[in-house]
Design a protein around this ligand. Structure first.
Ligand SMILES: [Zn+2]
Length: 503
């Protein structure tokens, strides 16, 4: 892995096997039986690998005289991270403490780092973290102030490089979920690249403001000595913590930008994707909306949401992008073919942020998701695989300015329509979808999205994904994409009829 020489701090999902121990068997957290797939059908819950942090967490519950299944198993959603409605978890501090201990047990780090964002329950979780680490006599680093999902792994990388060993990093955030939610993103790894503009004073409490200044200085290396952009636009931070980074960047790269809803608030509103949030209603020209922590930044033009692949298609039409690009499974075939016809190096990626990150790292490619997660941007010759919209923004503004905003958005590229539906069914239906779909959709190419995942059904004029949600057990998502609304709805109808038939 080209990009991973010298290490990389990447997410370690709670139900996954630990890299060192391998995966082992998959177990149902409720009945304890071994499962063949991601779900235990009778119990309707997601299974966990026997070497995973969640399995260790359940064992710690048992040691404390509690049933294995309870706490975060019962009242959280776990996928690439863990998210829960904080007031719903009984004795949150104890459950969090077990969760921290479980990760420490399976990764055996020498140093553990903790950061939090602006959510109200973050302070309680920080207290639980400090108490747990002190009890265990472990070395830890805590940060004074608020951090974001992207400045946190950057800081982790700084710590790992300075100490010369692997670190474990907990960041508490629920991204764009409503205010009462919280969650944990856990990062793990080492890092030896020398790319930091500042070093840490060891032994002192680290201030988030210092990290953000260092992080912003690092990100600004991609911008270089370019003159600032003259574009004017609203930049909506939805009261998330992302502004803590962006305040060191935006005034330099685009002094005409007007930040709105910028100060972090515990009761942030969250991102409503695909429709402009109310404050953007009737907006003219260019505007951006962050998802709270700015690992995702959505672009609107005249109040209209733009899928990221369409933006890339315009870049490619103007010869402004020549890297390998990993698109996601939702990317429309019209846009994909449009980009390929123009010589772009397009790679079909998967579904989900973590998948894209890992594939991007293996293939040394820039990666994107239709919902504006993007990554693989180069800074000082090193690709950043975790998503970082601050870097994307620098490139996007340059392209918009070079072409001219009006001309840019009137560039003729396909304008596909995406429609979707959710259908309730028995859990663990991906296998059945895979078994039945090729015979059912005889006029289409049916491929599997990924081992254990659902299918992709590709027609001449559009395509759809049929898959059980990774986070909502027993919920099938039909995502149909067509060259116009008529085609998209026809495909959606075919997809829902198929699921209704086999469910
Ligand atoms: Zn079970």
């Amino acid at each position: 892995m080209e990009g991973l020489k010298g290490g990389m701090i990447l997410e370690l999902p709670p139900a996954s096997g630990t890299p060192a121990a391998g995966e082992g068997k998959r177990l149902c957290p409720k009945c304890g039986e071994e499962t063949e797939s991601k779900f235990c059908s009778p119990c309707k819950v997601r299974s966990v690998y026997e070497t995973s942090a969640l399995k260790a967490y359940g064992d710690l519950r048992v040691e404390a005289g509690l049933p294995f299944f309870g706490g975060f198993f019962e009242d959280s959603v776990y996928g690439y991270d863990l998210r829960f409605l904080a007031p719903k978890i009984k004795d949150l501090a104890s459950e969090a403490s077990r969760y921290f201990s479980a990760y420490i047990k399976v990764t055996k780090p020498k140093t553990v780092v903790f950061s939090r964002d602006q959510r109200a329950s973050g302070e309680l979780l920080k207290g639980a973290f400090v108490a747990t680490l002190k009890e265990n006599g472990m070395d830890f680093v805590e940060i004074d102030g608020l951090m974001s999902t992207t400045s946190s792994p950057f800081f982790g990388a700084m710590v790992a490089r300075e100490l010369g060993h692997k670190i474990l990093l907990f960041h508490t955030t629920a991204s764009h979920n409503p205010p009462d939610y919280n969650g944990f993103k856990v990062f793990h790894g080492d890092f030896t690249h020398n790319m930091f503009p500042a070093t840490l004073e060891s032994g002192e409490l680290v201030k988030s403001e210092d990290v953000h200044k260092a992080y912003a200085a690092f990100l600004m290396e991609r911008f270089g000595d370019r003159p600032p952009s003259k574009l004017k636009f609203d930049f909506d931070c939805v009261f998330g913590v992302g502004w803590e980074i962006q305040k060191h960047i935006l005034p330099i790269i685009a002094p005409g930008a007007k930040p709105i809803r910028e100060e972090p608030r515990a009761d942030l509103g969250g991102l409503k994707i695909a429709q402009p949030p109310e404050v953007h209603e009737g907006q003219k020209g260019l505007s951006f909306c962050a998802d709270g922590d700015i690992d995702r930044l959505v672009m609107y033009y005249n109040g209209r949401y733009l899928p990221l692949s369409r933006f890339y298609a315009i870049l490619i039409e103007h010869d402004l992008f020549d890297e390998k690009l990993l698109v996601d499974q939702r990317t429309s075939i019209q846009i994909r073919e449009f980009m390929k016809e123009r010589g772009a190096k397009i790679i079909q990626g998967g579904v989900g942020r973590t998948t894209q990150e890992i594939m991007g790292a293996k293939l040394d490619a820039a990666w994107m998701e239709e919902n504006w997660h993007s990554g693989g941007y180069k800074v000082k010759g090193l690709r950043f695989f975790w998503p970082e919209a601050s870097l994307g923004l620098m490139d996007w503004l340059k392209a918009l300015e070079d072409v001219g905003v009006t001309k840019f958005f009137s560039t003729p590229v396909p304008d596909p329509v995406l429609v979707n539906a959710k259908i309730q069914c028995e859990p663990n239906i991906n296998e059945r979808i895979w078994e039945k779909a090729p015979g059912y959709f005889k006029d289409a190419a049916v491929t599997r999205i990924d081992a254990e995942d659902g299918v992709r059904v590709e027609f001449k004029d559009g395509h759809m994904l049929l898959r059980e949600s990774n986070t909502e057990c027993g919920q099938v998502r039909v995502e149909a994409n067509g060259q116009d609304a008529k085609v998209a709805n026809r495909i959606l109808k075919a997809g829902t009829a198929f699921i209704e038939k086999i469910k």
